[in-house]
Design a protein around this ligand. Structure first.
Ligand code: CO
Length: 134
């Protein structure tokens, strides 16, 4: 059911420092920061040949990653995102298997303008999983 790894999202305490590290130390193609007010994050996309890294930083006072950064002050992997062809079919299959789909189970528009869903980390070996319809 899942296809390509679309991105790995890393929550970071200092977006400029993390961007500079990926650009200058690791030599990656780093895009400009993008505010995503609907998701409470500022995102920096890093484009690798086979996938993307998304650096996430809280935006506003209700950001969903504020708590994560409090628990992980140096930053850390926040979620991984897999591509699916049909997000509603994927959701129904996951719900039938007993997995918990966050946010009531209705897809939202993600940072790439495509429908996304998140799956409970406790159901997936401690890792928050995002599904994106491509
Ligand atoms: Co994501």
């Amino acid at each position: 059911m899942i296809g390509r790894l679309n991105h790995v999202a890393i929550a970071v305490p200092d977006l400029a420092a993390a961007s500079a590290q990926y650009r200058d130390t690791l030599g990656a193609l780093v895009r400009d920061p993008q505010d995503e007010p609907a998701h409470g994050v500022t995102v920096v996309f890093i484009e690798l040949p086979n996938t993307k890294i998304e650096l996430l930083h809280p935006l506003g006072d209700k950001s969903p990653i504020t708590g994560f950064l409090e628990k992980n002050p140096d930053g850390g992997i926040h979620h991984i995102c897999f591509e699916v062809e049909d997000i509603l079919a994927a959701r129904d299959r996951l719900l039938a298997s007993g997995a918990r789909v966050l946010g009531g189970g209705e897809p939202k528009t993600g940072a790439h303008g495509k429908p996304v869903l998140f799956l409970h980390p406790k159901d997936f070996t401690g890792c928050l999983v995002e599904l994106e319809q491509v």
